[in-house]
Write a protein that binds this ligand. Structure first.
Ligand code: FES
Length: 105
């Protein structure tokens, strides 16, 4: 495993369709457990730079809790009119039921 991967949390600490933010190397990273897998994105909406933590997850999308902008967790792209700027996405690895995030991405 590359040295750039940082331990976030255990897979079992999150329910399906739940997300939680972790401070990894000084960056607030949102771990999202979806029906399609586990994703890691920067915990910041590109509309008004507010936290995405606690936003609803549907499929592989997260909705900003403030104004409802939707982002694709696979590539960070926004769907909707509020912003055209994608959110930052980090590669994830699962090892021994732990979630690791590549902070070099
Ligand atoms: S701050 Fe996220 S949609 Fe407005």
């Amino acid at each position: 495993m590359s040295d750039n991967f940082v331990l976030a949390t255990g897979v079992d600490t999150l329910e399906e369709n739940e997300n939680r933010a972790f401070d990894l190397n000084g960056v607030s990273v949102l771990i999202c457990k979806t029906v399609e897998g586990i994703y890691a994105v920067e915990n910041m909406c590109t509309h008004q730079l507010q936290p995405l933590e606690g936003g609803r997850i549907r499929g592989c999308f997260v909705f900003c809790p403030l104004h409802g902008q939707r982002f694709d967790l696979k590539d960070g792209s926004p769907i909707g009119a509020l912003t055209k700027k994608p959110i930052r996405v980090f590669p994830v690895k699962i090892e021994n039921d732990d979630i690791y995030v590549d902070m070099s991405a």
